[in-house]
Design a protein around this ligand. Structure first.
Ligand code: PEP
Ligand code: MG
Length: 747
């Protein structure tokens, strides 16, 4: 067989396009298409297999195999050569198919007489729809040109499928973006929400995959690439001396925008008959398919850069901007690959939920979603390719599950869940003004965690008695430059106003680790959680900390002030930080500023070492707060950001509770007030255990105050303590089974 010429390819693509435009149902089109392809490729067989569900392929049309096998022959993902193409997303090209490893003989198709086999994935933006196969009797490998040409054809088929050209009867011919799909990701923020999809970056729709005039298409592509290059140069110029990370990304963009390989491949696609936008999308899809197989995070980032650049190029070519004119639904659930904290804050409380393809529990977006109390699911792979603006969507933040276009039965069950939560909230609301007094008469003070102004509207409704942890770094994280002292002072004053005279504990900057400021040079640290962070940065580079302390003093002016230093690992750090604050108070006094009415200076206990500090430390601290999130990660040596290990060790493990008890005893002997402000404080069962061990102040997300109060009011903390002791004496590894059984017996 002679090598394929470009003219032949273009002719085939044009005929495919015409068959799309022509009359007929999906099945008729498919039948026509396999005939066209077999004819053009000079093969005896051409078959199209499409997914009927994510794990099963179905033969949907064939020229050359037995017609009776259509819609009967099915293969599992990975089964046979067709299944292999579908699983790997890569072509299989062999002159002797039956000898190939994994070949699966399907007698109903009569295919044993065909020796050569070429299968390519039908995929669009890395999303696989099926497999396109040609076979012939002659035992020969297909040439690279033929493989390439068939990939281009498969790309056009994928676009046609996306436009609904093959819609017909049966699951394999179902209209795209119509079926219910469930995504299993991870919890970013608990809560349940129902709404409609709002895509942060709506997909560009390519309606003209095939073009008649390659020269004109190449000219369009080149013009668009030129505009892209200029816009990247502009971005670089605008970034000026911005932080290195941002410049690195832009430099990578520039490199790709000038990459000869990338542009040459797109021009080759055009030469075979694709339109400029289809060529961009084909290469974008290839990059996404490669992304799946790249474990190296650096390379993954670079492939993401190509993806972003391709999106920009598509927008330039199609004129479809970010704003496609669609109206935001009244109950929007934001769906995005990823999103920055400032962008998420812009959407604000309008959102019912957020679903991200990427993201991590500690990402800035997750922090903002938490502050806004919006259910968030992260790592919902491929949702941006599947979801369309306006699709119905259910977000189950508790379990990290998303139901897109759900069946009515699923939606009904979900609504029941939401109704139950609403009912529970109503019940909790009735407790709002009551104290968290246990049946034994002990009262636990329940306060809230905050970090953004967006948190504070929850203050009144939650029944919080104050703010036990104000994470000041969040204000820094969501800005692109260092805030000024006057801005900070005004903000802190507003926080105190919103807390209506109750106590607010301001924690000084805890940057470093997962919290990297956009304008701060990232430190290349192998273990950032144990690296140069929090008070370590504050003491080594005191400028920002000093400015922050001054802002706090100004904000308090005449009101009480509580300041807490994070991540104190040894007493010297606390003493130095405390001395800094005292110096700033002296300075403020000498400048004649109004001083705080009184000042409390505390430390966060987040490293096991501090629990063994000399008594003088506990006496010097006005209060201590256990940062359970960090303390637990260092106690168990399990990264709190790592999905693989972060749930592996339980807070109610006897060893951890014994450690907490040790801290309670150290504080008690020095008469130092102790609170707990990690996420565990907001989990009712954990909260009861912490209170039973003697902690009298728990700081948590506002939404947790109701459920925690509800449970504490129902129990006797002395009894809970006895259950913990009994489990320990019995040599149980964890208190959880015993405490859960005991709680089940409470009325
Ligand atoms: C903690 O470590 O428990 C804590 C409250 O601080 P953060 O989660 O901000 O590190
Ligand atoms: Mg911490």
């Amino acid at each position: 067989m002679p090598e394929r010429s470009e003219t032949e390819s273009r002719k085939l693509l044009r005929r495919l396009r015409d068959s799309l435009a022509g009359p007929g149902r999906g099945q008729e089109r498919l039948d026509r298409i396999v005939r066209l392809i077999a004819d053009s490729m000079g093969t005896e067989v051409c078959s199209i297999y499409l997914f009927r569900d994510p794990r099963t392929l179905e033969l949907c049309a064939t020229q050359g195999l037995r017609a009776a096998a259509v819609h009967q022959t099915r293969l599992r993902l990975g089964e046979g050569l067709v299944g292999r193409v579908a699983r790997t997303g890569r072509p299989v090209n062999t002159g002797n198919a039956p000898a190939e490893k994994g070949f699966r003989y399907m007698p109903e198709t009569g295919e044993e007489i065909y020796s050569s086999f070429l299968g390519v994935p039908i995929q669009r933006l890395g999303e696989r729809r099926g497999v396109l196969v040609v076979q012939s009797k002659a035992a020969r490998q297909f040439t690279d040109d033929e493989v390439y040409a068939l990939e281009v054809v498969a790309m056009v088929l994928a676009e046609m499928a996306e436009l609904g050209a093959f819609t017909g009867e049966g699951a394999a011919l179902a209209r795209p973006h119509q079926q219910p799909v469930t995504f299993r990701g991870a919890t970013g923020q608990e809560g349940a929400a129902e709404g409609h999809v709002w895509l942060h970056e709506p997909r560009v729709v390519v309606t003209n995959p095939v073009a008649d005039d390659p020269a004109a298409e190449v000219a369009r592509l080149r013009a668009a690439v030129e505009r892209l290059r200029l816009s990247v140069d502009d971005m670089l110029a605008a970034a000026g001396g911005a932080d290195k990370d941002q410049r690195d990304v832009l430099e990578a963009y520039r490199m790709f925008a000038h990459s000869r390989g990338w542009i040459r491949r797109m021009e080759e696609d055009i030469a075979l008959g694709l339109s400029a936008e289809a060529a961009v999308e084909k290469e974008q899809g290839a990059a996404r398919a490669r992304l799946e197989h790249v474990p190296d995070p650096y390379l993954r980032e670079r492939l993401h850069d190509i993806d972003d650049l391709s999106n920009r190029l598509l927008r330039l070519l199609t004129g479809q901007g970010r704003d496609t004119g669609a109206a935001m639904p009244p109950d929007p659930v934001l769906v995005a690959r990823n999103i920055g904290p400032a962008e998420l804050l812009d959407y604000g409380r309008n959102l019912r939920g957020v679903v991200l393809e990427e993201g991590s529990v500690g990402s800035h977006a997750a922090i903002v979603a938490r502050a806004l109390a919006i259910p968030l699911v992260i790592q919902a792979a491929r949702i941006t390719t599947e979801a369309l603006n306006g699709d119905r969507i259910l977000v189950d933040g508790d379990n990290g599950i998303v139901h897109l276009r759900p069946e009515e039965a699923v939606a009904a069950a979900f609504r029941d869940k939401i109704a139950m939560q609403t009912e529970a909230q109503r019940r909790y609301a009735s407790l709002r003004d009551l104290p968290a007094t246990a049946r034994c008469g002990t009262t636990v003070s329940l306060v809230m965690n905050a970090g953004l102004m967006a948190d504070l509207p929850s203050f009144v409704g939650s029944g919080a008695e104050g703010v036990g942890l104000f994470r000041t770094e969040l204000q820094f994280l969501v800005r692109s430059r260092v805030p000024r002292r006057s801005e900070l002072a005004a903000l802190y004053a507003r926080v105190m106003d919103a807390a209506r005279g109750t106590r607010v504990v301001f924690r000084t900057l805890d940057i470093g680790s997962d919290k990297v400021l956009p304008y701060m040079k990232p430190q290349d640290e192998p273990n950032p959680a144990m690296g140069w962070r929090a008070i370590r940065v504050g003491l080594d580079r005191p400028g920002v900390l000093r400015m922050q302390l001054q802002a706090l003093i100004r904000a308090a002016a005449g009101r009480p002030l509580a300041v807490m230093f994070p991540f104190v690992a040894e007493p010297g750090e606390f003493h130095r930080a405390r001395a800094m604050l005292l110096r700033e108070l002296d300075r403020a006094a000498s400048l004649g500023h109004a001083l705080p009415e009184r000042v409390e200076i505390g430390a966060m206990l987040e490293t096991p070492s501090l629990a063994f500090a000399p008594r003088s430390f506990f006496e010097a601290a006005d209060f201590v707060s256990i940062g359970g999130n960090d303390l637990k990660q260092f106690f168990f040596a399990a990264d709190r950001e790592n999905e693989r290990v972060r749930r592996r060790y339980d807070t109610l493990d006897v060893s951890f509770l014994s450690f907490v008890q040790h801290i309670v005893a150290r504080c008690a002997e020095a008469g130092t007030p102790l609170s707990f402000c990690g996420e565990d404080a907001g989990r009712p069962v954990e909260a009861v255990c912490l209170a039973a061990l003697g902690i009298r102040m728990l700081s948590m997300r506002p939404a947790s105050i109701g459920p925690v109060k509800h449970l504490i009011r129902r129990v006797d903390l002395g009894e809970a303590r006895a259950v913990i002791e009994a489990a320990r004496t019995a040599g149980e590894p964890s208190v959880r089974p015993a405490i859960t059984a005991w709680l089940a017996r409470q009325r």
